[in-house]
Design a protein around this ligand. Structure first.
Ligand SMILES: [Zn+2]
Ligand SMILES: [Zn+2]
Length: 278
């Protein structure tokens, strides 16, 4: 089987910025070797990475429903003078959204394919991301967010219409906001530190958003950890308890389905980074 090396000027070096120089190899370069059997790698000029008006409309709809939920929480806070409860509910939403992002990411990384109903497109995007991780930074903003924006819109709109409880909307708005934007947080985890907005770098460095140094481990063997991409706060607990591995065993023995992480990826990855470009 012929293997074509694909080398690029885009590197994962940004995510190694937090590694002290003494621990970094002097030369890091990313080499992505992609099999040429029946698929071609995504390239930065691939039109499938561009945002369409449909993508933008879904992201706008998602932002609108989340904003309505947030407004209901704030308005309820002013009228009831109860702020602690919605604030705590919002914090719970932020924490649980990280867990939700990990569960969803694990599922799409390991099961199903392009033909899977509802989520097939997103599974394909996830697999493409693992073949050539840097291309996520080349995706248009709405292209990257539109899929989860659809889910957010369809879930939050009925809640906006049916409920007025401001504590409930404190939870819903923060949870939905983090789900809607988790792919953007993921993009930033692949970004060049020097090119990211200082606020984003500060949020990453303080652990509010998933860090680059932790996320890079997701793209290294054994490719079965660090699935959470909001804050990443659940990653240590889930990985050390082998939660996903246990879930994979249960699914295998119950349904006979093997996760993709049990087999070697068909792309070969090695990392070599020129740290002078960081
Ligand atoms: Zn993944
Ligand atoms: Zn990634």
């Amino acid at each position: 089987m012929a293997v074509v090396p694909l080398q690029t000027k885009h590197t994962l070096s940004p995510i190694t910025n937090n590694i002290t120089t003494s621990h970094r190899p002097s030369l890091l370069r990313i080499t992505c070797s992609v099999t040429t059997t029946n698929k071609s790698p995504l390239l930065s000029n691939d039109t499938s990475l561009h945002s369409t008006w449909t993508h933008r409309l879904w992201v706008s709809a998602g932002c609108t429903t989340v904003s309505i939920s947030f407004a209901k929480s704030i308005i309820g806070g002013f009228s009831s003078h109860l702020w602690l409860e919605p604030a705590l509910a919002g914090f719970a939403g932020y924490i649980l959204a990280d867990l939700g992002s990990g569960m969803y990411h694990w599922a799409t990384d390991n099961y199903g394919d392009e033909s899977t109903p509802l989520v097939g497109t997103h599974i394909k995007d996830s697999l493409d991301h693992h073949e050539c991780p840097w291309t996520i930074t080349e995706r248009g903003f709405a292209n990257n967010l539109h899929f989860l924006a659809r889910g957010t819109t369809l879930m939050v709109l009925p809640l906006d219409l049916a409920f007025d409880d401001h504590v409930f909307h404190g939870f819903v708005s923060m949870f939905a906001f983090c789900v809607l934007f988790c792919q953007q947080f993921h993009v930033w985890a692949h970004g060049t530190k020097s090119k990211l907005p200082p606020l984003v770098v500060a949020l990453q460095d303080s652990g509010v958003l998933v860090s680059r140094t932790r996320h890079v481990d997701h793209h290294r063997a054994p490719f079965n950890n660090n699935y959470c991409v909001v804050s990443g706060v659940w990653n240590k607990c889930l990985d050390e308890s082998k939660f996903f591995e246990a879930l994979e065993m249960v699914l295998y023995f119950k349904l006979g389905v093997k996760p993709r992480s049990w087999t070697e990826p068909d792309s070969e990855w090695s990392e070599e980074t020129d740290i002078s470009k960081c």
